[in-house]
Design a protein around this ligand. Structure first.
Ligand SMILES: Cc1cc2nc3c(=O)[nH]c(=O)nc-3n(C[C@H](O)[C@H](O)[C@H](O)COP(=O)(O)OP(=O)(O)OC[C@H]3O[C@@H](n4cnc5c(N)ncnc54)[C@H](O)[C@@H]3O)c2cc1C
Length: 803
């Protein structure tokens, strides 16, 4: 084994091998993969090898598409067969709701260029003859589905990488990792040390243990997973290969395996494997079969697929593989650890391994993943994702693998975990809470405890009228919202302004003022939207998306401030309440000594004020787009602040409102938000944030690319639509049609209660910006007429928020 390498990839499963190949393809040849056993000896070797393109996140779906299309090329380069079978796939719907879900999946597939086809149960039985069609209402056909040979794929990646200059060392365990002062690593192995500039943790089943070598507790957990292979089915003899299949209601997947059928299931009572520590002697091993555990699924399986009950079982496989809490991979550089990268938690290695390898290699070589990988970025988890949290969420995710996740559905595992001081107060007011990074936050308020539940649905839910009342209160009188679920940073010290001016696209505001600003990467794409609140010459309070706090911290490490400037994350140190609506000024004016008139405390002011006895930071801004104030206090004051505002607000008709009403009102104002309208695939001009980019202020990250975008106008445009919807609104990811062609996609949608119209925000080609009509948005399989609105549908001139 060589003693120096630019990169050491730890782990020779399908993921590590893919990373190795993609690094060589990106031009890094001095790369070494170290594997403790044979290649594939972790979870890879016994996988069912199934692959498909559909994913809840369209950006992950794109990477899955990439993976599947890669296999032929890989076979050509390596000379190694991947055992590629592409019979196509069928997804069976056993209920109307599931059929609606399939309609939405088909719609989403349109802008990914997928050719999906909805068929009836009769047609399903014709193309997939082993089902009893009485159990199904319809199905979706996907021509790009199939399966591969796990051994073949992994070796094909490894061989192609070796052809590209990489080395692979087997039967050598990495036992420790030691960071050097210059950011490089000593990789300690059973066979000696390797000095590497970069280390990639592709440890699969042992990713957690490899993480622990560097003091990292990665949120991954292995689950036991079983599939069985039947004896040959006479009906398959001489026929073309069966489609791969997902039977959602049976929670079963199948594919043909030689003359028989492979049937796997994600049972509800899934069992974690080695929840605390993965044994190092588990090599090319399996777990004892436990058919009793999957018996309920098998019973359904034999009803839905009667032919399978007529033959014996040839083999049962029970093997472990890892998941992150949300089921998506964990990829990318890790904050606080220079040149340490992860590619783990990949639960669908044969659909995702290629995309993960591509994104990670580009990230390492180019400094940017080259795609929108937010949904699988390791930085989406923070310290709150502990071992026990991960255990609860992974089990929940596993048990729901084939269940519908409704757009208004809140999952229950690992809750409540994090609560703010007003949690019980809000609970007493019948708040229905949502979970955001483990933090409980109110979504809406019910008039009574009995009504504080919501039906989960693709249509307008039982919460609709309550949210309407909350919006009405804000627009006509006064609302109070808890706003603790934002990320916050405090930047202090001499050089604060210069550094912020360099990492943010807008100018740093004057003392006492607020500025909104995008944060751009070097490619000029949006990686954040911040509110900068200037408290003094050397102190700026930053408000941003809480879910992206780790992501931002990692970015701030990369663009580290000069000595003397401190960037301190303080998300949960400051919690907040916001009052909004035409009476909000009167309410607050009664509680502070200072003059809050528009002349003295205009829109976008920010100041420390005592609210009653409570020292607070008060900003005149509201995401509702109405007159409003955000009041930030350290945690111990929040309850007192709440009591004060609620008490004083009673006379003004104060009503509590939640995140749902806020979402509706921000869409009425065409305000975008992170991970929806703002993502690293859009530029600031495309997203309508051009007015917050100051190209005159001097150099800042992404300036050259932003300048180019301004001059070219960019390819896309974020636009607002009113939609001719009836009882279901767009929620995101629906295709936008124009003149009979899919031209874009929805990023957010909701019913606009103040304007009494269904609304959607979404991206369309810039060339269509001048069009207002001819658009349609596909909601649950139906194309609904949509009118592009040239300005926000509510208070387009912003007179209310500036009042
Ligand atoms: C029963 C079953 C069925 C499945 N079916 C499918 C399917 O149909 N489709 C699909 O896409 N996926 C399927 N999977 C999941 C799939 O197996 C995983 O997504 C995939 O194997 C993950 O690959 P990996 O490289 O991340 O992990 P692993 O395969 O676990 O590889 C990690 C490697 O790292 C090595 N390693 C770890 N630590 C060290 C160290 N310290 N030093 C040296 N080497 C180390 C290990 O020995 C191992 O070889 C299935 C899994 C199971 C269990």
């Amino acid at each position: 084994m060589k003693s120096d390498a630019r990169v050491v990839v730890i782990g020779g499963g399908v993921v590590g091998a893919s990373v190795l190949y993609h690094l060589t393809r990106a031009g890094w040849k001095d790369v070494l993969l170290i594997e403790r056993g044979e290649l594939t000896c972790g979870s890879t070797w016994h996988a069912a090898g199934g692959m498909h393109t559909l994913n809840g996140d369209p950006n992950v779906a794109k990477l899955q598409q990439y993976t599947i299309n890669l296999y032929k090329e890989l076979e050509k380069i390596s000379g190694q067969s991947c055992g590629l079978h592409m019979p196509g796939g069928i997804m069976l719907a056993g209920t109307r709701e599931r059929f609606d879900w399939l309609k939405m999946a088909k719609a989403r597939g349109r802008y990914l260029g997928m050719e999906l086809e909805l068929i009836s149960a009769e047609e399903a039985a014709r193309v997939f003859p082993i089902i009893d069609k009485r159990h199904f209402v319809g199905a979706l056909l996907d021509p790009i589905e199939g399966h591969v040979d796990p051994y073949g794929v992994t070796h094909a990646y490894a061989k192609a990488a070796q052809i590209g200059g990489a080395q692979v060392v087997r039967h050598t365990r990495v036992t420790d990792l030691k960071a050097r002062g210059d950011g490089s690593w000593d990789v300690i192995t059973e066979a000696g040390n390797v000095h590497a500039e970069h280390v990639v943790n592709a440890g699969g089943l042992w990713a957690r243990e490899v993480g622990r070598m560097v003091g990292l507790e990665l949120p991954v957990l292995a689950m036991q997973h079983q599939y069985l292979i039947t004896e040959d089915l006479p009906a398959l003899k001489g026929q073309k290969e069966l489609l791969t299949c997902i039977d959602f209601e049976g929670e079963i997947y199948t594919r043909q395996e030689r003359g028989g059928v492979l049937l796997g299931t994600y049972e509800r009572a899934g069992v974690p494997w080695s929840p605390l520590q993965t044994p190092w002697d588990f090599t090319q091993s399996l777990l004892p079969e436990d058919l009793d555990r999957i018996a309920p699924s098998l019973e359904v399986g034999f009803q839905h697929f009667p032919a399978l009950g007529e033959v014996g079982i040839r083999k049962v496989v029970n093997g472990p593989f890892t998941f992150a809490p949300d089921g998506n991979p964990l990829v990318g550089p890790v904050r606080g650890l220079r040149n340490f990268w992860v590619a783990c938690g990949v639960m669908a290695g044969f659909s995702q391994g290629g995309g993960v390898g591509l994104a990670l290699s580009q990230w390492m070589v180019e400094g940017d993943p080259g795609a929108d990988v937010w949904a699988m970025d390791v930085a989406r988890y923070g310290d709150w994702a502990t071992l026990a949290y991960t255990n609860a969420k992974v089990r929940e995710n596993y048990s729901r693998r084939f269940r519908i996740r409704f757009p208004n559905e809140e999952l229950t595992a690992a809750r409540p975990l994090r609560t703010t001081p007003v949690y019980e107060r809000l609970q007493a007011e019948h708040a229905v809470f949502g979970d955001y990074c483990g933090l409980e936050h109110p979504l809406w308020f019910a008039p009574s405890a009995a009504e504080a539940t919501e039906d989960v649905t693709f249509h307008r839910s039982s919460a609709h009228r309550h949210v309407a009342a909350e919006c009405q209160a804000v627009r006509e009188a006064l609302g109070l919202l808890e706003i603790s679920n934002y990320g916050k940073f405090e930047v202090t010290g001499p050089g604060t302004e210069e550094w912020l001016s360099y990492v943010m696209a807008n100018r740093v505001p004057k003392v006492g003022r607020i500025a909104l600003t995008p944060m751009l990467n070097e490619r000029g794409k949006l990686i954040g939207d911040f509110t900068l609140c200037r408290l003094s010459a050397q102190r700026v309070f930053l408000i941003c998306t809480y879910a992206a706090e780790e992501y931002y911290r990692r970015w701030f490490e990369r663009h580290a401030p000069p000595p003397g400037v401190t960037v301190r994350p303080c998300a949960m140190e400051y919690v907040g309440l916001s009052v909004a609506g035409p009476r909000s000024r009167a309410l607050l004016q009664g509680l502070v000594r200072e003059d809050l008139s528009s002349a003295a405390f205009p829109f976008l002011s920010f100041r420390p004020l005592d609210v009653g006895m409570i020292p607070a930071l008060v900003g005149r801004i509201s995401f509702t787009g109405d007159l409003g104030y955000e009041i930030w206090v350290t945690t111990e004051y929040q309850r007192a602040l709440y009591d004060l505002l609620v008490g004083a607000g009673a006379e003004q008709g104060l009503k509590l409102f939640g995140g749902r009403a806020l979402n509706t009102m921000r869409i009425e104002k065409s305000f975008g938000t992170w991970a929806r309208e703002y993502r690293p695939i859009y530029g600031p001009y495309e997203a309508g944030l051009g007015r917050f980019v100051d190209l005159q202020k001097g150099e800042f990250v992404g300036r050259a690319a932003a300048l180019e975008e301004r001059d070219s106008g960019g390819a896309l445009r974020l636009v607002t639509f009113t939609v001719d919807a009836s009882d279901a609104d767009a929620t995101g990811d629906e295709p936008i049609w124009h003149d009979g062609k899919v031209v874009g996609w929805v990023t957010s949608g909701a019913y606009g209660h103040s304007v009494r119209q269904s609304l959607a925000l979404g991206y369309v080609p810039a060339a269509l910006t001048s069009e207002t009509s001819g658009f349609e948005i596909e909601i649950i399989g139906e194309r609904r007429k949509a009118l592009r609105q040239p300005v926000a549908v509510f208070d387009p001139d912003g007179t209310r928020m500036r009042a």
